[in-house]
Design a protein around this ligand. Sequence first.
Ligand code: NAD
Ligand code: ZN
Length: 255
Amino acid sequence: MIEEAAKLIAHSRFLIAFTGAGISAESGIPTFRDRGGLWENYRVEEVATPEAFKRNPRLVWEFYKMRMKRMKEAKPNKAHLALAELERMGLLKAVITQNIDNLHREAGNKNVIELHGNIYRVKCTGCAYTENLLESGRIEEFLKEEDLPKCSECGSLLRPDVVWFGEPLPQEALQKAFKLAERADVCLVIGTSGQVFPAAYIPYIVKDNKGYVIEINVKESGITPIADIFLKGPAGEVMETLLAKVKRCLKDKGC
Ligand code: NAD
Ligand code: ZN
């Protein structure tokens, strides 16, 4: 199975990757669905919806600052690093991710499409102001501040620039992702339950356009029924082996 997958990747013309929370599990970031109803000890509807933010912005900011701190400590794992290597080799054309943890960029991938936003970005609830706290160098100061964060332009409340439950996805990113999926002849689907739409349409679009879907997950997911190859196991381990086999295949003329 893994040999077949390596061969498909080595001979691919337009490879893309579609990733979810499972690719970051080995970096120590908890996934969303893998624990019994609670997410990092919070109820989703109390911390990750627009209604929750209206009702209790303090609780929502407490949750997001906690996640910012946790994600800041996390490092890309072997799976993120293998995807960065595949991009440098010229094989991987884009990573489409549902993750907000920034680890694909930290691993070195340049073409990353974030469908659900980024933990380090904030945006104003009153004007068009946005800020990337890593790039502005304000992250530490921001995390220490106990008052609710306010916009430096208009004074309104700032919010995390992530997609909450019940909110539409950033249209530009989604359209770009769908276009990439139409072009892809091979799509690696890594660590996603495939239950969050419209993001989960990506592998279906690849299949509709006669592309191959290779899935990596510790267990079967919503995508598994349409996967051409299912590689069962932790993303880091599987991707390390797969990358080695792709490299071997590229060297070996008979592959
Ligand atoms: P999910 O939590 O619904 O599913 C995680 C999937 O990863 C599961 O199918 C699980 O079997 C698999 N998995 C767990 N450990 C794995 C491993 N070591 N190797 C391979 N697979 C593994 O995640 P989702 O499908 O991405 O959807 C949840 C939503 O929550 C996303 O939209 C995302 O925005 C958000 N979220 C993001 C992060 C992050 O940025 N790291 C973390 C949690 C949730
Ligand atoms: Zn503002």
